[in-house]
Design a protein around this ligand. Structure first.
Ligand code: ZN
Length: 594
């Protein structure tokens, strides 16, 4: 094999090499340190996929792992999992261990009860009362906090702690069990992330432990009560109370929870926001609320409710329960018989049907929405937005080509033509028949560049304004020296998913040519009225002609007149010497020689 071929073979191998997952311990838990480290990892071609206050889990290109040590804000890099579930744990470190060892426990559903009616429809929205404010051009409203499962998700984990001021307190969190809950949630979300690379999921976690944070303390002991999601004796009491302490004290629990999720999302700069309320159940006999519930979700968000034990699923399988509940928040249906599912019901951003419902489909596959298992059916995928219905090879929710709009520009150019304009992402159409949240069409894509070209030539990058990608960006470019004559200029936007504007914005312009010399076509005659009249042939590049006069051939030439025609009569009737020069579109005189 020649050296060149060997190099090519190595290059091809590199392209196929999957990225390396690493755990990164930060210098401190500050937002500033986290952002600094995140940007440093991105500069190495990596991507943070789980972000905790003090730990980042990132995918980095193979070979770049060691460079992460030098990123500002990074204290330690873990290339392999630390020992699972041993020693004192921070939530982030525990989560990294769970993510790094995902799938190694061989978890299954044995011995556990199925979920029962765990997907709940929240009360109808009163949009006026709810105050649906539009976020950005293609960002939906503050009420659209979990519409389709792609991009970044802010996950806020509230670990409720009873303070004994109302109900008798029978449960008390410990640091280890808090960390275990966070680790299991992260493990469940990592499982979800790995199911669809095109969704490019990333999660940002905020943990609010009632043990150490008074805002998550409640006068009730939630596990001793019914969850009563439809009434006022359970969730309504403690969710409202805790969200009030977190600063969301107006409206019912849904209004508060939606506002909280939207605010967490805004702080993190995420695409979506979801809150998971976890109720301690260690000392409870069955790990269930008094009404038998142990995990459920409000469809379309804004939150999930779980117990520590999740009945007999246990803390080690909380990840399995969580991923099922997450899908509900993003509009997935249940598929188990007891859920009341039908094979014709349909909803979700891409309007997916419930064809895998076991009640009506005898060959339904044992998927995640049936028994929290390890398989994902096509039905669920479409309900949460993971479908390529237009067949362009990209999930529809992130697959819309961006638009490009050239500003109005001069049709004739005397200097190298310059273009400017706006590039904008295009939101995929929201086809969700559900009215649980406003049916806003939302794009999570970002403009990362604009290409320009002349006459079908090679695309070259334009300058785009602003340091960060956004849904809309202005751009400007010069097309360089183009030969005189007509040209077609084009611009196309490029987004962060690699979508290109397939119908670039175009403008037809003319680069002015210099007026050609008149040569010897000029003729003079005297009219009947005795005036001098000149005629000449038109020349390329001339939009008009200037007649110059001098008293002698060596004298000073001065303008005697201008015309757009190819004839001119000297009204001054003055004798002298005359020449005519073409004037180009830029007002420049041509030469008068042949
Ligand atoms: Zn369910």
């Amino acid at each position: 094999m020649t050296a060149a071929l060997l190099t090519l073979a190595l290059l091809a191998a590199d392209l196929r090499t999957p990225p390396v997952m690493i755990g990164v311990v930060l210098d401190d838990a500050s937002r500033r340190t986290r952002l600094s480290a995140t940007h440093g990892i991105e500069a190495l071609g990596g991507r943070v996929v789980h972000a905790f206050d003090e730990v980042l889990v990132a995918e980095v290109p193979r070979g770049a792992e060691l460079s992460v040590y030098r990123v500002e804000g990074v204290r330690e890099v873990a290339l392999n999992a630390l020992a699972r579930r041993s020693g004192p744990r921070s939530p982030g470190l525990s989560a990294w261990n769970a993510i790094a060892t995902i799938g190694q426990l061989g978890e299954n559903a044995s011995g556990a009860e199925p979920l029962i009616h765990d997907a709940l429809i929240p009360p109808a929205l009163d949009l006026d009362a709810a105050g649906a404010t539009v976020r950005a051009a293609t960002g939906g409203t503050n009420l659209n906090t979990s519409e389709y499962l792609a991009g970044s998700v802010s996950v806020t984990i509230v670990l409720l702690e009873s303070d004994g001021t109302g109900d008798t307190s029978t449960e008390n969190w410990s640091a280890d069990r808090e960390a275990a809950v966070v680790a299991e949630i992260a493990e469940g979300l990592e499982w979800v992330r790995l199911r669809e690379p095109q969704a490019a999921l990333a999660f940002k976690y905020t943990v609010i432990p009632g043990r150490t944070d008074a805002r998550a303390r409640t006068r009730y002991e939630p596990i001793r009560r019914a969850a009563d999601p439809g009434g006022t004796t359970g969730e309504d009491l403690w969710v409202k109370e805790v969200l009030g302490k977190l600063g969301y004290a107006s409206g019912d629990r849904f209004a508060r929870s939606r506002a909280f999720a939207a605010a967490r999302r805004a702080v993190d700069g995420s695409d979506w926001g979801l809150t998971v309320f976890v109720v301690d159940s260690l000392n409870d006999a069955d790990g269930k609320f008094a009404d038998g519930r142990f995990a459920y979700t409000w469809i379309g968000g804004p939150h999930v409710v779980m117990t520590f034990d999740n009945q007999a699923w246990g803390i080690d399988r909380l990840d399995m329960v969580l991923r099922h509940e997450l899908f509900h928040a993003f509009y997935a249906y249940d598929e188990y018989g007891g859920s009341g599912c039908t094979c014709t019901e349909h909803r979700g951003y891409l309007d997916g049907t419930g064809a895998n419902c076991t009640s009506c489909n005898a060959s339904a596959l044992p998927c995640v929405m049936i028994n929290n298992g390890d398989a994902m059916c096509a039905s669920t995928r479409r309900q949460i937005g993971w479908a390529d219905l237009d067949g362009d090879g990209v999930l529809d929710v992130v697959g819309e080509d961006p638009d490009t709009f050239l500003d109005a520009m001069a049709s004739t150019w005397c200097s190298p033509p310059a273009v400017s304009g706006l590039a904008a992402v295009v939101a995929p159409t929201n086809r969700n028949p559900s009215t649980v949240t406003p049916r806003a069409s939302i794009s999570i894509n970002e403009i990362v560049g604009v290409d320009v070209r002349a006459d079908g030539g090679a695309w070259v990058p334009a300058q785009v304004q602003g340091p960060l990608p956004t849904a809309q960006r202005r751009f400007a470019a010069s097309l360089g020296d183009l030969a005189p004559g007509p040209h077609r200029l084009e611009a196309r936007a490029v987004d962060d998913r690699g979508n290109l504007d397939a119908t670039p914005s175009a403008a037809d312009v003319v680069v002015a040519a210099a007026a050609a010399p008149l040569g010897d076509s000029m003729r003079g005659e005297r009219t009947e009225a005795g005036l001098l009249r000149f005629t000449w042939s038109s020349v390329p590049g001339a939009v008009g002609y200037r007649v110059l006069r001098a008293g002698s051939p060596q004298g000073t030439w001065s303008a005697a007149g201008e015309t757009a025609e190819t004839a001119w009569t000297d009204a001054a009737a003055s004798d002298g010497y005359f020449i005519v020069r073409g004037i180009d579109a830029c007002g420049v005189e041509g030469s008068d020689g042949p």
